[in-house]
Structures are given as structure tokens and as C-alpha cells.
Design a protein around this ligand. Structure first.
Ligand code: NZQ
Ligand code: ZN
Length: 395
């Protein structure tokens, strides 16, 4: 039966070729006049996107400062640096040009500037909630994290090695500019990791033990099949615009909460397990998810058997006869085969990490601490369960 829900996805999406030229006009319409432009390494410079965005801001008479050099698994020190610049320059609008790491950094800076007397890390440590946030907008260059429309924000504290999420509607971007052409310069590994992340955002909401709706399931299953189909196309033909467009739009829908309407809030344990791997080993988020999901799935499937059977049939196309258990396991194996077919890892050794027994214990402890009591829906996990899943992925 469906749970009651609120669906809130206020981000204005501007999708397609040359949409980046609208940046200045859109910032102006959102009331911004003094922007902090946040970006990553070289990709947005090399593609010319950053220059086009600057010209668009200038054309609209908008002042801007820049904060480049945001790295994947974005770091708290860059957030503090952005807050320092923003205070000095009286920034009133954050514009992230890049992927999840850049947009999340922009969101964290926006929180920090809105409440300058507080330490922004407290949000990620879950010792307080935000009351305010400056407006944020995104110009997306990689389809993956969904941060361009999501309420999520994930930052790594490089001093403690903790990678932590803070979710709040306050940081939902005012607009998201998405031109699929710009994703064509992505290394294959990033494209494929992005596809896994997009699918996982929907799978986290799909493998639940409460409040499922037919319409939500149909959207989720259609999204998963579409991403798999187009991920395979991009694996062979990375410059295919239509496939890039399908994946890019799927990335936003997968994480703007549409595929969770009516459920019990989702499982999200694969993400929480992966965040500890990212914090400790700095792995690429989507690849980390692929490496741990099969172990999580085999550990929990008996506790949500009807969902795993439905997934096997409707998403993975399993047509065999057999017991529910056999069908569920065949669905998990098919997903593993799909990950491998697009060059993604399905265990720690394929991911290239080799945690010690102590490191596995530490990741499990940290994961439990980060859960804040929400330890899954398909199966509620104990800290021992978390360690067992890491060990299965390590075998
Ligand atoms: O820094 P540059 O040079 O731009 O290189 C980036 C980076 O190395 C590169 N890249 C991006 N666009 C490119 C490109 N290279 C060539 N051409 C382009 N068009 O890709 C690399 C990865 O970028 P990143 O922003 O880290 O990728 P992604 O979007 O996957 O973001 C991952 C981060 O988002 C978090 C993850 O944990 C991770 O920290 N997440 C954020 C969420 C949210 N805010 O809602 C939810 C997710 O579950 C996720 O946890
Ligand atoms: Zn994710």
C-alpha cells in the first residue's frame, strides 16, 4: 500500500544544445547579481564551457568570482575556501559548473555563507540542521550523482577521512542547465560509473519493504531498462548524442525523488556502505557502488524476496522457471554481468582496493555511525551485517 508523501522538485530544468548560453539570464531571473562560479579540474576549461558561461554572465551584467580545483569526493577545505571568498566578495549566488562534486561543493558553500557564525561541517556531522542556504544553480557536465536537482550534498572531511551526506530541500538548485553534448568528453570509466550511480539511486528506492506504488515501480523499472540500454550504446559509441541525452535526463529523474514516491523512504545502504569506501580509499562513487551492490543484494534478498523477484523479471528480463529464490539470485547475477559488460567492477579486487580486517571493521563502525538510525529497508543492518557485506565483497 502507498505511504503518504510530499514530492518537491522545484528545480527549473533547461535541457539541450547551447542551453549554457542562458546562464546569465537565468541567474538574473533568480535574483543573483554576484556569483561564485565553482568548477573542477580542467574539463570545463578545456571544453570551452566555462568561458561560455562567463561570457553569458558578463552579458547579463553579473559579477563573478571563481573557485576551481574541486576534486572528486570533494573536500571540506575547498568548502571553507569558498566560504572565505564568498564572505569577502559578498557572494549572493552559487553556480556549479561540473558534476556532483562541484555542485555539492557549491551547495556546502551556500549553507556556510547563509549561516556564517556556524561551522558548516556540523550539518554533515548531523549535529544540527540548516535554517538557511544561499541560492544555488548547476550547469551539469556528467550524468551521475543527480545533485543538479537533488536535495543531497556529500562532502569528505579530509582530516578524519569521513565522507558524509546532508540532505535538505533548502539546497535544491534553482535551475539546472543540461547540454548532453558536454558529457561526450568524459572518460569511459566516468560515463559508466555515472550510469551505475543513476541506476543505484532508483534501486535504493526500489528495494524496500514498505509502501510500493504501481506507478512508481513502472517509472523505476522503465528508467533502469532505459539506462542499461543506453549505457551499452555509449560503451560502444561514446559520442552518441541521443544516448547521452537519455542518460542525462535519467540521472535527474533517478534522484529528484520521483522514483521513491509512496515508498518508505528507501533502503540506501549500498550508498552508505560505499561512502565509507570513498572516504577511506577515494574510489569513484559509481564504481564503488557496483563493487558492493552484489554482496549487499545476496546478503539481504531473502528479506525482500518479492521485490527481488519482480526486479529479476521486469528489469533484468529473467524468464526462467524456478523458485522465487532462484529467480531473485538469477536477477542479481544478471545485474553483475551487466556491470562487467560495461567495464564496471563487481567486487573489491576488481575495484582495486584491498582493505585489511581492521579497515573493514572501521568502515562498518563508521557506516553505522553515519546511518543515524536508518540502517536499511530491504533489511535493517547491524554493524556486524555491514562488516559481513564488506567481507563478501572482498572474497
Ligand atoms: O574536475 P574535472 O576536470 O571536471 O573532472 C571530472 C572528475 O574528474 C570529470 N568530468 C566531469 N565532467 C566531465 C569530466 N571529464 C571530462 N568531461 C566532462 N564533461 O569527472 C570526474 C568526476 O566528477 P564528479 O563531479 O566527482 O562526478 P559525479 O557527478 O559522479 O559526482 C560524484 C560525487 O557526488 C556524490 C558522490 O558521493 C561523489 O562525491 N554524490 C552526490 C549526491 C547528491 N548530491 O545528491 C548523491 C550521490 O549518491 C553521490 O553520493
Ligand atoms: Zn550516488
Amino acid at each position: 500500500m502507498a505511504n503518504d508523501f510530499e514530492f518537491y522538485s522545484p528545480t527549473r530544468v533547461i535541457f539541450g544544445r547551447e542551453t549554457e548560453q542562458e546562464a546569465g539570464r537565468l541567474v538574473r531571473e533568480c535574483g543573483g547579481s554576484n556569483v561564485l562560479l565553482v568548477y573542477g579540474g580542467k574539463s570545463a576549461v578545456k571544453s570551452g564551457l566555462l568561458q561560455t558561461v562567463k561570457e553569458s554572465l558578463e552579458k547579463s551584467g553579473i559579477r563573478y568570482q571563481e573557485l576551481g580545483g574541486i576534486v572528486p569526493n570533494p573536500r571540506l577545505d575547498k568548502v571553507y575556501e569558498g566560504i572565505r571568498i564568498g564572505r569577502q566578495e559578498k557572494t549572493d549566488f552559487l553556480l556549479g559548473v561540473g558534476g556532483g562534486s562541484v555542485i555539492d561543493t557549491a551547495k556546502a558553500i551556500a549553507y556556510g555563507l547563509a549561516e556564517p557564525e556556524m561551522d558548516v561541517w556540523e550539518l554533515f556531522a548531523h549535529t544540527r540542521t540548516a535554517k538557511k542556504c544561499l541560492p544555488v544553480a548547476s550547469i551539469l557536465t556528467i550524468a551521475a550523482a543527480g545533485s543538479e536537482t537533488s536535495k543531497g550534498c556529500v562532502i569528505t572531511n579530509e582530516t578524519t577521512g569521513e565522507k558524509r551526506a546532508y540532505d535538505d530541500n533548502l539546497a535544491r538548485p534553482r535551475f539546472a542547465i543540461m547540454n548532453p553534448e558536454y558529457t561526450a568528453t568524459l572518460p569511459d570509466y566516468q560515463t559508466e560509473s555515472g550510469c551505475v550511480d543513476i541506476m543505484m539511486h532508483t534501486m535504493e528506492r526500489y528495494f524496500t519493504n514498505g509502501g510500493n506504488m504501481e506507478i512508481t515501480d513502472a517509472i523505476a523499472e522503465g528508467l533502469l531498462r532505459t539506462v542499461m540500454k543506453n549505457a551499452r550504446i555509449l560503451h560502444d559509441d561514446p559520442s552518441n548524442y541521443e544516448a547521452r541525452a537519455e542518460i542525462m535526463w535519467a540521472g535527474s529523474i533517478a534522484h529528484n525523488d520521483l522514483t521513491g514516491c509512496g515508498n518508505d523512504g528507501g533502503d540506501f545502504m549500498t550508498h552508505k556502505l560505499e561512502h565509507e569506501m570513498g572516504g577511506m580509499f577515494d574510489v569513484t562513487h559509481g564504481a564503488g557502488l557496483a563493487a558492493v551492490w552484489p554482496s549487499w543484494a545476496r546478503f539481504v534478498y531473502q528479506c525482500a524476496l518479492p521485490r527481488f523477484v519482480r526486479f529479476a523479471r521486469n528489469v533484468m528480463g529473467i524468464v526462467m522457471d524456478g523458485t522465487d529464490e532462484e529467480i531473485a539470485l538469477a536477477g542479481i547475477a544478471a545485474m553483475e554481468a551487466f556491470y562487467n559488460s560495461i567495464g564496471m567492477p563487481v567486487n573489491f579486487s576488481e575495484l582495486g582496493i584491498h582493505p585489511t580486517k581492521e579497515q573493514i571493521g572501521e568502515m562498518a563502525e563508521r557506516c553505522m555511525a553515519a546511518c543515524d538510525g536508518h540502517t536499511g529497508s530491504a533489511k535493517k543492518l547491524s554493524v556486524q551485517d555491514m562488516a559481513a557485506i564488506y567481507r563478501m565483497a572482498d572474497e
